[in-house]
Design a protein around this ligand. Structure first.
Ligand SMILES: [Zn+2]
Length: 297
């Protein structure tokens, strides 16, 4: 159920085959290991634990959450002996939104019955945080924009970045901030990386990183233009819904086919943030009939 890849010595990435190509990672030390994010479905997280603790024979001592979203953090409870590390906003968001949405999900989804929210034990804010694992140094770096708690984890010696959702096949800003994400993407571009493990999707190799970041920045600027264009119209949603994902420079097959839907949500969220609630055309609007009559003439 989980695809595993060895990224470099003692560094692994995992990708879900079930949900939105979401990823996780692990860095293995001589006596204990660090897990970076958990996966969407409990069985997948348990598969990662089995691999590390049974096959590699080291206990998981730390779990780092890149951000609070369910598909990255709801597996914390499957590492009961581990210390959880995240941004301080992540703790707050798990305590509030996380707890509430888990109890909602439990009402109709039996596979989450054993899941409990485990909030981070160690948190940090603006400054980076370091963790030494065997011969590797992990640097945790705030990369907000997808959400305000998103962090990346850089394996310094290997120049491998676990980016959380700051790096995805298509940027997603509904729960975040476009300007923050632009800043984070530019920051990633200056890191001199060998590999990026995106929060969703395949590993991005050194030669592909710059082009991918450029494409993301151009997508975000297209979103901005689209929303501005819509704002000049009386009924902005009608314009927004016509601006498809391809015209903003991304393919709809990305993120396991979710891209078109996520794109639509991006547009609407950005519109609301900048211009407030859009006016929706009432069913019996005179202007509507006028246009129809005009067309018939
Ligand atoms: Zn997310």
């Amino acid at each position: 159920m989980v695809q595993r890849e060895r990224v470099s010595d003692n560094v692994y990435s995992f990708q879900s085959e079930v949900y939105a190509q979401v990823t996780a990672g692990a860095v293995i030390g001589p006596n204990w290991a660090v897990v970076i994010d958990t996966l969407a479905i409990p069985e997948e997280t348990l598969e990662i634990r089995e691999f590390i603790e049974r096959d590699l024979e080291v206990p998981v001592r730390y779990v780092i959450n890149t951000h609070y979203h369910a598909d990255h953090s709801w597996g914390n409870c499957f590492f009961p002996g581990a210390t959880i590390i995240a941004h301080s906003n992540c703790r707050h968001l798990l305590e509030t939104i996380g707890e509430a949405s888990l109890s909602e999900v439990k009402k109709h989804n039996n596979s989450f019955r054993h899941v409990e929210i485990v909030t981070p034990h160690i948190t940090f804010e603006e400054n980076n945080l370091n963790l030494r694992v065997g011969k590797k140094t992990l640097t945790m770096i705030p990369l907000p924009g997808h959400s305000n708690d998103n962090i990346g984890i850089l394996v310094e010696e290997d120049r491998v970045l676990f980016a959380g959702d700051a790096f995805m096949p298509m940027p997603y800003i509904v729960d975040g901030d476009l300007d923050d994400l632009v800043t984070s993407i530019k920051k990633i571009g200056k890191m001199g990386l060998e590999n990026v493990i995106q929060g969703h999707g395949d590993i991005v190799l050194r030669g592909e990183i710059d082009a991918a970041l450029k494409e993301d920045l151009s997508y975000l600027s297209n979103l901005r233009k689209a929303v501005r264009k819509a704002s000049r119209r009386k009924y902005p949603l009608e314009v927004l819904d016509e601006i498809d994902v391809e015209s903003c420079g991304k393919s709809r097959v990305l993120i396991g086919g979710l891209a078109a839907e996520l794109h639509k949500r991006n547009l609407r969220a950005l519109y609301r943030k900048q211009y407030g609630e859009p006016l929706i055309r009432p069913l019996e609007d005179d202007e509507y009939y006028d246009e129809e009559e005009l067309e018939e003439d």
